[in-house]
Design a protein around this ligand. Sequence first.
Ligand code: NAD
Length: 336
Amino acid sequence: KKMGIALVGLGQYSTNELAPALQETQHCYLAGVVTGTPSKAEAWKKKYNIPDKNIYSYDTFDQIANNKDIDIVYVVLPNAMHAEYTIRAARAKKHVICEKPMATTLEDAQRMLDACRENGVQLAIGYRLHFEPFHQRVMELGQKQVYGKVKQIEARNSSDMTDGSLDVWRLNKQLAGGGSLMDLGIYCVQGAIYTMGKPPVAVTARYGEVTKPNYFHSVEQSINWQMEFADGVKAECNTSYADEENLLSAKAEKGWWRLSPAYAYEGKKGETHEGKIDLPNIYEQVRQMDGQAHSFMKNQPSIVPGEMGLRDMRVLMAIYESANAGGKRVEIRYGG
Ligand code: NAD
């Protein structure tokens, strides 16, 4: 039997990526939606043949506890709302997939983990690239030391936001928790960690120049940072909301590799010192949700569990701490 997923928040990611992907999944399907906009409820109901009883507003959401069609709640809201809806879903005894970044504070991330544990449900983060062949190859090359030990990493993820509206939650610290780092830089943090197979011990960071102040008075435009791993390996990273870059690369003792574009949904390309990385571009949200639903069916943690989301939050918060202190080296403690 397929698990029923309810998407919470019908913005661009739910509309353009997740709902279409859920038409192709084998272990889960689009069973319901949670939306504050009645016209969206109506349109989704028709388009995806969703029964009335599986359509909720933010006010009626908690009643989802009584709905046997819904096994998984997928939170696709602005970052600062992830905690509340993850916790309410856990209390309704539903497994949860929560989009990245997991939360906007470490306290919220911990409360989300606690709520899921206390209610006996699984929590996974929407880290789609763990299910994607090019990134799985990077994990293998780095972690299995196929070309020897990794010596150096470079990761960049930037996307220009400065030709659109000023009135968007991503530019509002209250709702987004931060700027390009929370939204795009998190992919570089993840990429460096899964290249190494372990998290960094320290970071140093500096904000970039603000060239578009009308967009960036609440959240950062860009940030440059370095992640330092236990054996002295360094990852040089950068992210910006006023640029276009898309790279994950590494040098090892006996070779190198590079993905670019690395983080886009489609059109990934990769090469090593030996030549082109010949892998298919797949529908990664299909693989992601199928993988997560399959884990949940067996009541086992996903390969991208809530704990990984919290780990990454510790790195993101350390990067902000360092940048706020003008580039001071900040050590990171995990656990506890
Ligand atoms: P979006 O702005 O398109 O959608 C946000 C949705 O939240 C909208 O439907 C909006 O109506 C709703 N909402 C409810 N309360 C709101 C409020 N107070 N303010 C603003 N919106 C409110 O955003 P999106 O791009 O779909 O992103 C949603 C989440 O998904 C974010 O956490 C984002 O980081 C994540 N995301 C992940 C990926 C990925 O590749 N994994 C890609 C895109 C977005």
